[in-house]
Design a protein around this ligand. Structure first.
Ligand SMILES: [Zn+2]
Length: 287
């Protein structure tokens, strides 16, 4: 695979390499990630790779690659939402289903890209799309871009390959220091410390960023126990590691991700704090 011109991190490159090993082409891929630009970049990469005929795909230089890169390839269809409602309509999906069975023009494959899929594909439209995924036409690739794949029906997800694109994880000072206080609170004997730490959740954006830092801190506990460098704070990771086992760390990450999902669903901050402190205490103190 040729990654030049693309700034993918090592984890993503590995994922793509293994996905395309033995030259297999998945027929439906969900690209999820908060960083729209990065998701878009991956989408472009995948369309180029699919149409390129060079040995080391995507070569980035052939006519097929260039057209894909400029989003001007006749076999790559970017679904356009309805102007007023901003959704992909059922009629549109019908057209796409029909179109998918027609042979491609220039490439050996037809590609359909849906941006903002979790918002623009209503469940009823996802259901009609599902029929297409159940018996995918030959030589078609469907790309669904979304912030969070949990917004799509499970029946759709089970027929897709999901690739998560990590955002640029440079965190703000405020989020880092708040996350550290919360992390310390999880191992403190009294629940009070944890609850008062959560009072720092004044707005959604800060709360979400703080939780993102927390997932890294919990992962750091596992990392340092295996001799890998901590990304946030080595001293803290060692301290937490004395109380938090690997199994607990993974549960803590899971609970934190669930909480981030709740932020997306507009939960209020008090409920969020109550949920998290309850989960953290249960996991660490087995209550
Ligand atoms: Zn090419």
């Amino acid at each position: 695979m040729n990654f030049s011109d693309f700034e993918f991190d090592e984890a993503l490159k590995l994922r793509l390499d293994s996905l395309y090993s033995q030259n297999r082409q998945p027929h439906a891929i969900v690209i999820e990630g908060a960083d729209e630009e990065k998701c878009e970049q991956l989408s472009t990469f995948l369309t180029m790779r699919a149409v390129c005929r060079a040995e080391n795909k995507p070569c980035g230089k052939c006519e097929q690659c260039i057209k894909a890169k400029e989003q001007a390839h006749p076999d790559i269809y970017y679904a356009q939402p309805e102007k007023k409602s901003q959704i992909y309509s059922i009629e549109q999906m019908r057209d796409i289903i029909e179109n998918a069975s027609i042979r491609p023009n220039e490439a050996d494959i037809k590609i359909f890209v849906f941006r903002n899929a979790e918002k623009r594909l209503l469940p009823v439209v996802q259901n009609s799309f599902l029929k297409l995924l159940e018996e995918p036409p030959q030589n078609c690739l469907f790309l669904l871009l979304c912030k969070n794949s949990k917004g799509l029906l499970n029946t759709i997800l089970s027929r897709c390959t999901v690739i998560t694109v990590k955002g640029d994880e440079s965190f703000g000072e405020e989020a880092i220091s708040l996350a550290k206080i919360i992390a310390e609170g999880t191992v403190a004997p009294s629940e009070w410390q944890l609850l008062s730490a959560f009072s720092g959740f004044t707005d959604r954006k800060l709360a979400d960023e703080t939780l993102a830092v927390l997932t890294v801190i919990f992962r750091d506990c596992v990392a340092v126990s295996r001799g890998i460098k901590a990304r946030i704070d080595a001293e803290l990771a060692i301290k937490l590691g004395k109380r938090i086992t690997t199994g607990m760390a993974l549960q803590l990450v899971e609970a934190t991700e669930q909480a981030r999902q709740k932020i997306l669903q507009n939960v209020n901050m008090d409920l969020l704090s109550a949920f998290l402190s309850g989960e953290y205490r249960r996991i660490i103190w087995q209550r």
